[in-house]
Design a protein around this ligand. Structure first.
Ligand code: A3P
Length: 293
């Protein structure tokens, strides 16, 4: 148990948001029944989860694409480990889309049958850190992190929700052959939204018309999601979860390289050293700057 942060609950070595998690459900997680046509979005927090939920929901649900049903994205692609709205997951119609921040060793064992698909979205961890810094000071379920230095220390030591970023991505990558998984970066989505949507459709074996792809892309842009209350969680965060002040936003900047405005040279060098050491066997491509190809 991590006693240094009252907002976290450490269960089997992984940090959950205490106020949103149900231990009894976690204990049964391994046996949660998986269907072959289930789809999982897996991310480390602050890596573009909400964005991917929106994209997959638009791909799968015609009523979402065409704006004919009015369901929040949170309920179309709900969190496996945080069933905030008490949905009946076992009886949800197929195809079910789930979202999760779980590490590879925690997910239902049925996912190892390699039929259900997993889309793993990763983001350069310096931007994850900065996004987390702002988020944790905004939402009441997180501990305030007064300085970037303090936040960096917690992040590098895994004393945050989601635990250690390096463990999360390495675990999933090293066990990728156990799952039917595709890795895609936040930066890819950011730089090439349309071609990323097409890559996702191809992995999910979903054929959409040109107009439907256009409708997905149009409604998955930062500006469009920021102004759509179903897509940006603002209602849920403000009314069901709670914020410290109203200045924050789930869709904050949505860019690549914001870390450059926050990290000092020393902090950046320290980060680089740890990144290099921890990621040397992981050949995934990382983009650190908006101008990088
Ligand atoms: P920033 O805080 O850097 O702006 P998560 O959903 O995993 O918590 O990730 C949140 C981050 O994804 C936030 O990053 C948010 O702005 C960004 N994001 C969400 N939707 C986006 C979109 N359509 N385009 C670009 N970034 C998006």
């Amino acid at each position: 148990m991590d006693n240094t942060n009252k907002h976290l609950l450490n269960f089997k070595g992984y940090n959950f948001l205490k106020s949103l998690v149900n231990i009894e459900e976690l204990e049964k997680m391994e046996d949660f029944e998986i269907r072959d046509d289930d789809v999982f979005i897996i991310t480390y927090p602050k890596s573009g989860t909400i964005w991917t939920q929106q994209i997959l929901s638009l791909i799968y649900f015609e009523g979402h694409r065409n704006n004919t049903d009015n369901i929040p994205t949170m309920d179309r692609a709900p969190f496996l480990e945080y069933n905030i709205h008490n949905l009946d997951y076992a009886n949800m119609p197929s195809p079910r889309i789930f979202t999760s921040h779980l590490p590879y060793y925690f997910v239902p064992k049925g996912l190892k049958e390699e039929k259900a698909k997993i889309l793993y979205i990763y983001r350069n961890p310096k931007d994850v850190l900065i996004s987390f810094f702002h988020f944790s000071n905004w939402v009441v379920t997180s501990k305030v992190t007064d300085t970037i230095d303090h936040c960096l220390e917690k992040f590098l030591n895994g004393k945050v929700v989601g635990s250690c970023w390096f463990d999360h991505i390495r675990g999933w990558y090293e066990h990728r052959h156990d799952f039917n998984i595709m890795f895609l970066s936040y930066e890819d989505l950011n730089k090439n939204l349309r071609s990323s949507v097409l890559k996702i459709c191809s992995f999910l074996e979903k054929e959409l018309s040109e107009e439907d792809v256009d409708a997905v892309v149009r409604q998955a842009t930062f500006q469009s999601m920021k102004s759509d209350p179903r897509a940006n969680y603002e209602y849920i965060i403000n009314n069901e979860i709670g914020v410290r002040n109203n200045d924050g936003s789930f869709l904050r900047k949505g860019t690549i390289g914001d870390w450059k405005h926050h990290l000092t040279v020393e902090q950046n060098e320290r980060f680089d050293m740890i990144f290099k050491r921890s990621m040397k066997k992981i050949p995934l491509k990382f983009i650190w700057d908006i101008n990088e190809e």
